[in-house]
Design a protein around this ligand. Sequence first.
Ligand SMILES: [Zn+2]
Length: 338
Amino acid sequence: MKIFLTSVFALVILSLGAIYSAPANSMTSTIAIGSARINFTVEGGRLGLPQADISEWVRAAAESVATYYGRYPLEQVTIRIAPFDGRGVRNGRTFGENGGFISIYLGNETTAAALKSDWMMTHEMIHLAFPSVADRHHWIEEGISTYVEPIARVRAKHMDEAAMWLELVRDLPQGLPGEGDKGLDRTHSWGRTYWGGALYCFLADVEIHRRTNNHKGLEDALRGILNAGGDIRHEWELEKALSVGDQATGVAVLRPLYDKMKDQPYAVDLAEMWAELGVERNGNTVRFVDAAPLAATRKAITWGNGASANAGSAAAASGGATSHSYPAVVAGRTARSR
Ligand SMILES: [Zn+2]
């Protein structure tokens, strides 16, 4: 979830005072990622986890985001981790105020293994890397975080490639337009906000790769926006961000796709796209088909440009296709509020 102060109710403004001032029994640590400093405070409470496991959780998310964007999005960010009774990670929120601020809740019975598979910290940190846009465009903010988070974790080796594609194939249909849909800017359902935004990102990623012969991808557009100063601390017009992204890749994809999806339902044949990319799902397994026409694009989306030859070697050795299975429950990435 991403919140900009001017767009929410006074209730949130009141609660911010409590969020920003950590209680006396809290502990603050700092992680350095390149030149960036990530300060995180674990508020006092009965957390069952060692501090080292919490640090590793924050570091893994920060590494994932820095790997995808080429650097950590902000030079400094403050993270407030508050405990609750139970298991898991909840209620992540990211703010542009105070130079970049994340608030997140961690269950006092959460295991180290569960923290390793957490997506929410990465999702929140990705919000730092895009400017604040008007409320009707909230789908782009959540869509980028939803789409980029697993890819970023794969590239930093904090998530399995097969799990990433399985979840995309399984969950992306939630972003398709339903009955009475009026386009992404005018349909503010949960599915169209999170997964409709992710659908926009996925379509843009495939198209940028197609138009550049896999030399550029969505990350080049998003890095261009970030490097032009478009981070969460600044309010931008969405059209400006998309134009900057298109300039960074050298192909006009983000703006034209936005025009197609902003105010009308836009039909997408996802089954055909999975076949072209060479992703076959069977239950909780995906099989990669390297003879598929866009198999090289699938590898470039997964690993970034220039890494596809390396990533494809294992598949080639086993006869052009690889199978991966993954547990039925993938922690946290289900249909609920982010
Ligand atoms: Zn979010």
